[in-house]
Design a protein around this ligand. Structure first.
Ligand SMILES: C[S@@+](CC[C@H](N)C(=O)[O-])C[C@H]1O[C@@H](n2cnc3c(N)ncnc32)[C@H](O)[C@@H]1O
Length: 213
């Protein structure tokens, strides 16, 4: 499964310029503000399925210096490294499938924009949850952005699981009972480079203290 996924995503990133991909955003304003509301620049941040996003650039500009970008597409990470040039060395790049990743440390903040919604298989969501539990420090913050319940049924040609904010809260609680409390939810529209509106939602969770595993 990981091989098929990797091929799909590497093809996407080698077939189009990053700013032509439907999920492209020139500046990740909402992500940055949700991250900055929950952490300071000393926080360890991991961007799950970060792809060629400009989030690491924005975090570096904001003074963050412990940034990891994970993606199963080496092609995507190569694009970000090339864009960042000399600054790429200030970021840790991790090629991995989140459902099988075994982190060797813990982070203060987990950010996922448009990755969890691809996990239409309940076993994959359970595997994602295991990684989230292993990677996030007690008291840490997880931000998950997915297509909303009234959003598109596919992303990048793949079927997605759509969520209302309360559905995502319930799903994370089903996967990791009692581990997280919801801190903030919202809905937003992303306009693709082709001009199409995509309805998203997000949830910001806080991992409860005393649940260090
Ligand atoms: C829709 S794109 C979003 C990219 C980025 N988060 C952004 O907002 O620009 C989804 C990304 O998740 C990555 N991805 C998909 N499934 C993944 C998985 N199971 N593990 C790690 N990365 C994955 C893809 O390679 C792609 O870069």
């Amino acid at each position: 499964m990981t091989d098929d996924r990797t091929t799909h995503w590497n093809n996407r990133y080698s077939g189009s310029a990053p700013d032509d991909l439907s999920w492209y955003e020139a500046f990740p304003a909402l992500s940055l503000s949700l991250i900055a509301d929950a952490t300071g620049p000393g926080a360890g941040v991991v961007d799950i399925g970060g792809g060629a996003s400009r989030l690491p650039d924005a975090l570096l500009d904001a003074g963050y210096h412990d940034i990891t970008v994970l993606d199963l597409s080496a092609q995507a990470l190569a694009l970000s490294r090339a864009r960042l040039g000399d600054r790429a060395g200030a970021v840790t790049w991790q090629v991995a499938d989140v459902t099988g990743w075994q982190p060797t440390r813990r982070y203060d903040l987990w950010h996922d924009r448009a990755v969890f919604h691809f996990l239409t298989d309940v076993g994959d969501r359970a595997a994602y949850a295991r990684t989230l539990e292993a990677a996030l420090a007690p008291g840490g913050t997880a931000i998950l952005m997915t297509f909303a319940d009234d959003g598109p049924e596919k992303c990048s040609g793949l079927p997605v699981q759509r969520y209302a904010p309360e559905d995502l809260v319930a799903e994370i609680d089903r996967l990791l009972p009692g581990l997280f409390e919801m801190r903030k939810t919202g809905r937003f529209a992303h306009i693709t480079p082709g001009g199409t509106e995509q309805r998203f939602q997000y949830v910001r969770f806080r991992r409860r203290n005393g649940t260090g595993g």
